[in-house]
Design a protein around this ligand. Structure first.
Ligand SMILES: Cc1cc2nc3c(=O)[nH]c(=O)nc-3n(C[C@H](O)[C@H](O)[C@H](O)COP(=O)(O)OP(=O)(O)OC[C@H]3O[C@@H](n4cnc5c(N)ncnc54)[C@H](O)[C@@H]3O)c2cc1C
Ligand SMILES: NC(=O)c1ccc[n+]([C@@H]2O[C@H](COP(=O)([O-])OP(=O)(O)OC[C@H]3O[C@@H](n4cnc5c(N)ncnc54)[C@H](O)[C@@H]3O)[C@@H](O)[C@H]2O)c1
Length: 459
């Protein structure tokens, strides 16, 4: 069989890989992009991750009081599918319209460190490339709980958002990003939601006051939480539902559910890639082992995005592409250690946005800390929350008492996903808290809260 040669071969149509493929294609390099599914052009984020979940969250908030919840849910799933198909098509065309880029639909496996086999049904192609980028993402982990994997009611987020049938009762296993976003989203459509989390409290990496505020908001919406829960068994019943058995607080309990959502993490997708044949090492957690330039143990093979074991966010995959592009076209200076102030947002309503250190982590790291904090409901100078009708939440800033630089922030408020980017930029540019506090911001805006919160030193 003929082996087709490319300058760059990318395995997986994720954020980092597709952006790199486009950049290299525009620079005149011969690029092959291999994606295993035509339903995944553009990757996880636009097809089964960020975009559809946030679209469904947005639609839930727009439900008229008199709309039938089940029908509104089915319509929302349908309109979300339309949105993702438009984005998928745009992503495909972004690469397909570049003369030097070829998109191949099939599953890639390494034959050796320069050759990759692509299989699609009975068809088989073979490619070789000078540079290979692995961008295969991550996949949901289904915990090893008796009965769970065999339950007809087990769903991952991918299946949940594809079905027009709104579950009447949802049991969520895991109170991380997926668990809390799906719990909040389904609850706002009208589903009865119970979240079972194995740790002592939700969001164990956040400060107590922030995690508690999140829990109170979600409980106020009607979500039930069981923490320190050990899920022991999932059992399908004759009446077409499931019962999730668990132990908590020293007693055995159970909850009935029409769907059981596995939200216990996403693991790097390296199985079946033939990494051994290429001499590419993996970490104990199954990620491709990379250095700060994202080179694997074979220097011409890179890994970008979730598969390299870094933070699982779309914009990290995008930043990974900048590092590899700098290796291939630039000065080769950029590294993962350049990253300062990486923000992230949990999209509940209102959202929780975070950047930098928590108060607990800042103290543990030996910083001399000052904390500014205020409940959104107590703010006088930020009418935006009242205007949009949601004054729940709090804002909290952790500053270095000596330099007045911001070490971290937690913003649980309307517009938090936007506000946090300004704070992250302040952190990256060593802008002091006093500058943010005394700056001129538009009115009425959420950013105005900085004037007030940063003047409210609580410790
Ligand atoms: C429900 C959910 C919500 C999320 N919400 C957010 C959010 O709001 N904000 C945010 O920043 N992040 C969010 N994330 C995380 C974000 O989606 C991921 O971090 C990001 O999409 C990872 O992109 P990637 O570049 O690693 O690869 P991916 O986009 O995962 O792409 C990998 C691609 O590789 C393909 N592939 C795998 N193996 C092979 C093979 N052998 N051959 C060929 N192709 C292969 C897959 O089909 C897939 O298309 C969310 C994730 C989920 C699951
Ligand atoms: N808004 C966003 O940016 C966004 C949204 C969704 C997902 N993501 C990304 O996807 C990643 C994966 O999300 P996730 O929520 O699946 O994982 P996660 O790691 O964020 O949370 C998993 C949770 O499940 C709990 N858990 C594990 N095993 C359990 C068990 N047997 N019983 C009960 N609880 C158990 C863990 O203690 C943890 O709280 C996130 O880390 C994030 O990077 C991002």
């Amino acid at each position: 069989m003929e082996t087709l040669h490319a300058d760059l071969l990318v395995i997986g149509f994720g954020k980092g890989g597709k952006t790199l493929a486009a950049t290299m294609g525009r620079a005149g390099r011969r690029v092959v992009m291999v994606e295993q599914s035509a339903l995944m052009y553009g990757g996880t984020c636009i097809n089964i991750g960020c975009v559809p979940t946030k679209a469904l969250i947005h639609r839930a908030a727009a439900r008229p009081a008199d709309a039938d919840p089940g029908k509104w849910y089915a319509d929302s799933v349908a309109s979300t599918a339309t949105l993702t198909s438009v984005m998928r098509d745009k992503n495909f065309r972004m690469l397909d319209t570049l003369d030097s880029v070829t998109v191949v639909t099939g599953t890639a496996t390494f034959l050796d460190d320069h050759r990759v086999e692509v299989v699609a049904g009975a068809d088989r192609l073979e490619f070789s490339a000078d540079t290979i980028v692995i961008n295969t993402g991550a996949e949901n982990v289904v915990a090893d709980i008796p009965g769970l994997r065999d339950s007809a009611h087990l769903v991952t987020g991918t299946e949940l958002i594809a079905s027009p049938d709104m579950p009447r009762r949802l049991a969520v296993i895991g109170a991380g990003y997926q668990g809390l976003e799906f719990a909040a989203m389904l609850r706002s459509y009208g589903t009865e939601v119970t979240v079972l989390e194995s740790t002592e409290r939700i969001l164990p990496r956040e400060d107590d006051d922030v995690a508690q505020a999140v829990r109170e908001i979600l409980e106020g919406e009607g979500v039930t939480f069981v923490t320190s829960a050990r899920v022991t068994r999932v059992e399908d019943t004759d009446d077409g539902a499931a019962v999730v058995h668990y132990e908590a607080g020293g007693t055995r309990q159970s909850v009935g559910a029409d769907a059981v959502l596995a939200a216990t993490g996403r693991a790097p997708r390296t199985a079946g890639l033939g990494l051994e044949a290429a001499g590419v090492r993996t970490t104990a957690r199954g990620a491709v082992e990379v250095d700060e330039h994202l080179r694997s143990s074979r220097p011409h093979i890179y890994a970008v995005g979730d598969v390299n074991g870094g933070p699982q966010f779309t914009y990290i995959s995008l930043d990974d592409h900048r590092i590899v592009a700098d290796q291939l076209l630039g000065t080769g200076q950029r590294t993962t250690t350049d990253r300062v102030g990486v923000p992230y947002t949990l999209f509940m309503t209102p959202p929780l946005a975070r950047v930098g250190l928590t108060e607990t982590a800042a103290r543990a790291a030996g910083h001399s800390v000052r904390v500014a904090a205020k409940a959104v409901a107590n703010m006088m100078a930020m009418p935006r929350a009242a205007i949009v009708g949601d004054t729940r939440g709090l804002m909290k800033f952790v500053m270095d008492a000596e330099t007045d630089e911001i070490l971290g922030a937690a913003i649980l408020s309307v517009d938090a996903q936007e506000l946090v980017n300004t704070v992250a930029l302040a952190m990256r540019t060593h802008t002091t808290a006093a500058t943010l506090r005394d700056s001129i911001w538009t009115h009425p805006s959420s950013t105005e809260a900085f004037n007030e919160v940063l003047a409210t030193i609580v410790r």
